[in-house]
Design a protein around this ligand. Structure first.
Ligand SMILES: NC(=O)c1ccc[n+]([C@@H]2O[C@H](COP(=O)([O-])OP(=O)(O)OC[C@H]3O[C@@H](n4cnc5c(N)ncnc54)[C@H](OP(=O)(O)O)[C@@H]3O)[C@@H](O)[C@H]2O)c1
Length: 267
């Protein structure tokens, strides 16, 4: 990491209140480990109280870790919670996805993906801007390479992540011209070793050979947060693959991905 840049970005930040939504997941729990010692107070947010308590007891060496239950499918609860839940740094790692032939994905799942991956984070940011306009909050969202390239067999997931990415980019411009204090940071991992997709499916499309470790991904995200990098694809290989794919016309890119990902759904 560029140490001069890091020193400059850390100047005046001190220890802050950090909220991690989706803290019980692969990337979220790894970030929770990183921020347990770096923050004045860490708020672990998730939908499953038992998992949150278990993570809290693993991290709570300094009694600065609290938990907050919230289901992102409940959009009015999301709005209520972020009226009052303040943090200097909010990292949203919540996400759901299903990889399958499009006709096998139910209307309920398609709806939930839009609610959880797009609408809930959009409403979360709106509430933070409305209720904490005077505070310099940094909001980090974890998008995906699917935000930039539509992935066959992940059509609904790609659409929800593209919607989130598009919203974040547009909102970030709006906030800058309005000189708002809240700032938006957007990171895009590629395939990562977590339980996000079933094990067998991951193995069918190359398993760990194609994935980054969750530790590497979380460390990179934390590094980008510290250096205040606004938008980044996570990992050199993912950045290179994205650049190479971009040489091809969109229809070829999607055709190539379709061939690779078809193996994932086992047909
Ligand atoms: N893994 C990958 O290959 C990959 C690649 C690119 C981007 N991403 C993105 O990275 C983020 C983190 O993913 P991950 O790999 O760490 O997956 P993960 O281990 O499945 O974590 C997902 C997190 O979201 C939470 N969550 C799911 N539905 C929720 C709901 N309705 N309300 C509140 N929380 C909910 C989960 O809670 P529970 O623990 O209770 O299930 C978990 O904490 C996601 O946004 C994902 O789209 C992942």
């Amino acid at each position: 990491m560029d140490r001069a840049k890091l020193r400059k970005s850390k100047k005046g930040q001190g220890k802050q209140i950090v909220l991690i939504a989706g803290a019980t997941g692969g990337i979220g729990s790894e970030l929770a480990q990183i921020y347990a010692s770096r923050s004045a107070k860490l708020i672990l947010m998730g939908r499953n109280k038992e998992k949150l308590l278990e993570l809290q007891s693993r991290l709570n060496q300094r009694r600065n870790v609290s938990i907050e239950c919230l289901d992102f499918r409940n959009l009015s609860a999301v709005q209520q919670t972020f009226k009052k839940c303040y943090a200097d740094l909010v990292i949203n790692c919540v996400g759901i996805g299903e990889m399958a032939d499009f006709h096998k994905i139910s209307a309920e799942t398609e709806t939930e993906m839009m609610q959880v991956n797009y609408l809930a984070p959009a409403l979360m940011i709106k509430q933070l801007i409305r209720h904490f306009a005077e505070r310099p909050i940094r909001v980090v969202n974890i998008c995906s390479l699917t935000s930039l390239i539509p992935h066959p067999f992940l059509a609904g997931y790609s659409a929800s992540k593209a919607a989130l990415y598009s919203y974040l980019m547009a909102l970030s411009g709006e906030l800058k011209v309005r000189r708002a204090k809240l700032r938006i940071f957007t990171y895009l991992p590629g395939p990562t070793q977590t339980d996000f997709f079933p094990e067998e499916l991951q193995a069918n499309i190359g398993g760990s050979k194609m994935q980054m470790s969750v530790k590497e991904v979380a460390e990179k995200i934390a590094e980008y947060i510290e250096t205040e990098k606004e938008i980044a694809i996570i990992g050199k290989r993912n950045q290179m693959v994205y650049r190479l794919l971009n040489i091809l016309p969109l229809s070829w890119r999607i055709w190539l991905l379709a061939i690779i990902l078809k193996r994932g759904v086992g047909e």
